[in-house]
Design a protein around this ligand. Structure first.
Ligand code: ZN
Length: 639
């Protein structure tokens, strides 16, 4: 077998198989996105590209998914990898954890093992700490003022329980003792960002855990609900530090990727067909507590492209619900740019000046709030109506400034028809023609400085090309992976395959499949095998595998396809011999050799069933004519 290129470096195939065995892909995918039954498969709007009609299919029989729109496809592990942007091993661990399986890991990469352990410990520490803080808030007499504060915001114990709100003691010693009693080390505590060394050069100088001292603690979760950070609300006014402080970035917390409340909001977003984007976590909590459960919070930091991408997986429409002040407007504008660039429709909820969602909900109630959501304005309507009110339309200079400003924002809308609509909206407001705006946009697009910025956002890892493989070989691979009879038969044909290998691309892939011989009756075994081969091989092997009919007669097809394979190999060999004989300056010995070979090939070709002797380039009709309908489809897909 070819080198495994790290994809399975630490997890043996048996474990991967065990994890896949314990995971039902319909359950798994269904826990992320809404699936609809369609015959023997399930359908959904693809979470990996924007679409209006579902082309994403989950096949429970094969335990695989496939998108006919963007070509995404794979098994449960690939889904988690793609969806959560995790490396292979992390995705397997996540699924193992979900299924309650303890992974036997090969310790051949102590470094990766160490990293994984550290990450696991960090999540444990966050989870335990959240519980500890919560207990403190609920029971500690010293936390009376924290409970009082919550009450003043209109919340009781129920809300605190639901969101696991907590309190960090004013005396940090208390917290540090708890950490010690739970057997977490100082190093782990520092890695979590909840403490720092008093003196980097002197470990004996002890730890400082004052970052969250005497603060109300809001656990921040990732999409799956693991606590990965905290946000602390000041309880006693202290000008030296902020009203809110957040955990610093850690191996488990990347600020730019997290949206507060997304773990709870993702399902409601599907139902409501929109997301409500708030500024802070208290606003998001206020929405949820009032029953507006498709709300998430940005948490003070600037809204990022990664966050826009996360939202796009669940919805096509975002209702920005920021504070009704100038700063809120600016933040809405920058959020719009990221959202529109990801193809999302953006509307802006107009809160009365000075309000935030929390204040508004408490005062006017959820009915009035829902009405505001319904009346949310298209972004440019909102922006330009606001600008007119502020007098920007009164001077020529003001209008010219607005035109450039709008052109820049318009240029970021990735959906062409949406852009066209918005161009007309803006042109009407500015009483100019849409041509003027389009020219302006074109000028901006030509500006190389901007292009660089756009490209940077698109940065991704290197794309591995699929290994080159002849379609007959691919077909044989699919048969070997789907039919026990085919696999058994092909397993005995190593000589034929060996002879064909120098002439046909990808035979070594088939040999790999036959060597590993994953049980075709077990989707988990097949998927575990596929997960273990290098990425290029995997791409080549899985392309079109979903197209193969379940009712195929594996043995007969394999016999036939192997004949074709031999035929193609012979013809290519024949062509190579003739080409060499045509070369000038051949030695007599070589010429004799070639003539011998040519005779041999001719004899072999004559011995073959005429149906199978064909040349791709010259006579593909031989093959096509006797093709059943499904195979023709399969071949077209696999061209
Ligand atoms: Zn897709």
């Amino acid at each position: 077998m070819a080198a495994r290129e790290g994809t399975m470096a630490q997890i043996p195939r048996e474990s991967v198989e065990q994890v896949l065995q314990a995971t039902d892909i319909v359950d798994l995918v269904g826990s992320y996105i809404q699936l609809k039954r369609a015959g023997s498969t399930f359908k959904a709007n693809c979470p990996f590209h924007t679409e209006k009609t579902p082309s994403f299919t989950v096949n429970p029989g094969m335990q695989r998914y496939h998108c006919f729109g963007c070509g995404a496809g794979g098994d449960a592990i690939s889904f988690v990898r793609e969806y959560e942007n995790l490396p292979f091993t992390e995705a397997v661990r996540k699924l193992a954890g979900r299924a309650g399986i303890v992974l036997k890991e090969e310790a051949d990469d102590p470094f990766a093992e160490e990293k994984r352990k550290r990450r696991g410990r960090l999540l444990d520490l966050h989870r335990e700490a959240a519980k500890y803080f919560h207990e403190k808030l609920m029971r500690d007499p010293a936390a009376a003022h924290a409970r009082e504060y919550l009450k003043s915001r209109g919340y009781g114990a129920e809300m605190a329980k639901r969101w696991l709100v907590g309190w960090m003691p004013a005396n940090e010693r208390e917290f540090l003792e708890w950490v010690r009693s739970k057997k977490f080390t100082g190093r782990e505590l520092c890695a979590s960002g909840m403490a720092k060394m008093n003196d980097e050069r002197n470990p004996r100088a002890g730890l400082w855990a004052g970052l969250f001292r005497d603060r109300l603690m809001f656990p921040v979760c990732n999409e799956l609900g693991d606590v990965i950070a905290f946000s602390g609300r000041q309880l006693k006014e202290d000008k030296r530090s902020g009203k809110y402080v957040n955990s610093p970035e850690t191996p488990v917390f990347k600020k730019s990727q997290v949206l507060f409340g997304l773990d709870r909001a993702k399902k409601p977003m599907l139902k409501e067909k929109a997301a409500v984007l708030c500024e802070g976590q208290l606003d998001a909590i206020a929405c949820h507590e009032a029953g507006v459960e498709h709300a998430v919070g940005v948490q003070g930091t600037a809204f990022t492209r990664e966050q826009a991408r996360k939202l796009r997986r669940y919805t096509e429409q975002v209702l920005i619900c920021f504070d009704g002040d100038r700063a809120g407007l600016e933040k809405a504008e920058s959020a719009f740019k990221e959202l529109a660039a990801e193809g999302l429709t953006v509307r802006v909820v107009e809160l009365p000046a000075g309000d935030d969602p929390d204040v508004f909900l408490k005062r006017d109630g959820v009915e009035a709030f829902r009405e505001l959501l319904d009346k949310a304005k298209d972004f440019f309507d909102f922006k330009l109506a606001r600008a007119r009110l502020l007098g920007a339309f009164d001077t020529a200079a003001g209008k010219a400034g607005l035109l450039t400003d709008c052109a820049e924002t318009l240029s970021l809308i990735s959906d062409g028809s949406a852009q066209e609509v918005q161009i007309n909206v803006v042109a009407t407001y500015l009483q100019t023609s849409s041509t003027v705006l389009r020219d302006e946009i074109r000028k901006l697009k030509a500006n190389p400085r901007r292009r660089v910025r756009e490209e940077k956002v698109e940065e991704r890892g290197p794309v591995v090309a699929p290994t080159s493989v002849h379609r007959i070989v691919r077909y044989l691979c699919h048969l070997a992976l789907r039919s026990s009879a085919a696999q058994g038969f092909l397993g005995e044909q190593s000589e034929t395959l060996h002879e064909a290998a120098p002439w046909i691309e990808g035979v070594q892939l088939l040999e790999g499949v036959l060597g590993a011989a994953p049980d075709p009756g077990s989707p988990a075994a097949v998927n575990a095998y596929l997960a273990g081969v290098p990425e290029g091989d995997r791409k080549a092997l899985t392309e079109g595998i979903d197209e193969l009919s379940d009712t195929v007669d594996g043995l007969r097809e394999a016999e036939e396809a192997l004949e074709i394979l031999s035929g193609v190999a012979l013809q290519r060999r024949d062509a190579a011999i003739k080409a060499e004989m045509g070369q000038p300056g051949l030695s007599r010995e070589r010429m004799v050799e070639l003539l011998e070979q040519a005779k041999e090939v001719t004899r072999l070709l004559r011995g073959m069933d005429k149906r199978f002797v064909f040349n791709d380039e010259i006579a593909p009709s031989t093959y096509k004519a006797k093709e059943p309908e499904w195979k023709k489809k399969w071949r077209e897909k696999n061209g």
